[in-house]
Ligand binder design. Structure first.
Ligand code: FE2
Length: 430
């Protein structure tokens, strides 16, 4: 007997309605109608069923700490880093773990089942590492959690950060992190990129650097990262995160740089929710948006995957583990409103994120893992437009979260009316 059948699913590529049969944690069959007994059934009723959401960039050691020990008054990245420095000595592994596990519950409810989180390793003791290694173990049955050893205060700027980073990797942290634009000098930044790539190459690990998260057009560490990626053959194992300075590069330099990034095979992870609020703070008007060049990177063939970065922490007072909210902001901030680009934005927070994290392609297919989300939307664009309700979240063929559909009941002139936000789709041929 099958474990589960999802009835009348519409797939992200538009095919459907199709039944999806799940057995022993895998998708056994996808067909127009599957006539077989199953222990459980989920009625998708022609709605979109997609792979789960993926967040390739998060800070789980800081999440849900908003207001501890105080709020970020200027709203800048630098005050956020200073505030995090005030909070760090007060952290305990128990408190970090409790907040992280609460966040993971929220993530599951939102169909977010793969997360790469940076964890600060710049100061000992490694409270965040200790806590998140335990969280990684506890959530493993339902969330693929990767940890990045992140020297938040600078690999060379913070005392003993290098030693702490290596120790975190020895403890089992998955990815080498860095923050070249925050080192004391451009030279130190470039040196940190080379050193971190060497560590990753020697250990066979991926690299994920906060790279040029700055409005400074002279912050050009991503070119060093691309060059080292090519030189060491690290290709698909490297992520440049944020890369907001690219917004401020002159067009000639960008036209030289983007092909180097594409040739290196590295991924770029912009974080639109955070950078639309953090960047341009020192500008008067016009005020820069500070999102990296998404359309140009895509056109060059670079895998661009949007990340969330923060939820209710020293850097960002909002957030809800909703990768559709992230894609929605990416569309606005880029800006990119063609039908093709909006559908791509959905793929960016599913397929693109998985590629950036080095995970297997999560496209729903026979033989693949039975991990999926049923959305209250007919297609990818509608899902982003509505930040669609996750009607059911399925992991290894088991329903692990359900949410009631969002349908309002109106009382107008004594005539009750039901309003389904998904009832306003454009004609099929648009
Ligand atoms: Fe970040």
């Amino acid at each position: 007997m099958l474990d589960l059948i999802v009835r009348r699913a519409r797939l992200p590529d538009g095919r459907g309605p199709l039944d999806i049969a799940c057995s022993q944690g895998r998708i056994a069959r996808i067909a127009p109608h599957i006539d077989a007994p199953a222990q459980h059934e989920v009625a998708a009723d022609g709605q979109l069923v997609s792979p789960p959401f993926v967040d390739p960039h998060f800070h789980m050691d800081a999440t849900l700490s908003l207001g501890l020990p105080r709020l970020n008054l200027s709203g800048t990245l630098l005050e956020g880093i200073a505030l995090w420095g005030e909070l760090k000595p007060l952290l305990t592994p128990e408190a970090v773990m409790a907040r992280a596990l609460r966040y993971c519950d929220l993530a599951v409810a939102q169909g977010l089942l793969s997360i790469r989180t940076h964890v600060d390793v710049s100061t000992a003791p490694l409270v965040g590492v200790e806590a998140l290694l335990e969280v990684r173990k506890r959530v493993a049955p339902y969330i693929d959690l990767q940890l990045v050893a992140f020297p938040q205060d600078g690999l060379y700027r913070a005392e003993n950060a290098e030693e702490n980073l290596v120790r975190a990797l020895d403890m089992g942290v998955d990815v080498v992190g860095g923050i070249p634009h925050f080192e004391r000098t451009m030279e130190d930044g470039a040196r940190s990129v080379k050193h971190l790539c060497r560590i990753a190459a020697e250990r066979g690990l991926p690299v994920d650097l906060h790279c040029d998260e700055s409005d400074d057009p002279m912050s050009r560490h991503v070119e060093t990262l691309a060059a080292e990626t090519t030189r060491l053959g690290l290709g698909g194992r490297v992520v440049a995160s944020h890369v907001t300075a690219m917004h401020s590069y002159d067009n000639y330099y960008a036209s030289k740089l983007i092909p180097l990034i594409a040739d290196s095979g590295m991924h770029v992870v912009p974080n639109p929710l955070i950078n639309i609020t953090l960047q341009g703070r020192a500008d008067t008007y016009p005020r820069r948006r500070g999102l990296t060049r998404v359309a140009e990177l895509r056109a060059a063939g670079v895998n661009v995957a949007f990340g969330q970065d923060c939820t209710m922490d020293p850097w960002y007072p909002l957030g809800s583990a909703d990768m559709l909210e992230v894609a929605h902001m990416g569309i606005h901030a880029a800006p990119m409103t063609s039908r093709e680009a909006m559908a791509w934005a959905f793929d960016s927070v599913t397929l693109g994120g998985a590629a950036a994290m080095g995970l297997p392609d999560p496209t729903l297919r026979e033989g693949g893992p039975a991990d999926m989300v049923v959305l209250q939307a007919r297609d990818r664009i509608e899902a982003v437009r509505l930040r669609a309700t996750r009607l059911a979240v399925i992991r290894a063929g088991r329903v692990i979260a359900r949410t009631d559909p969002r349908i309002a009941t109106l009382s107008l002139d004594g005539r009750p009316t039901r309003v389904d936000p998904a009832a306003y789709a454009p004609p099929e041929d648009v």
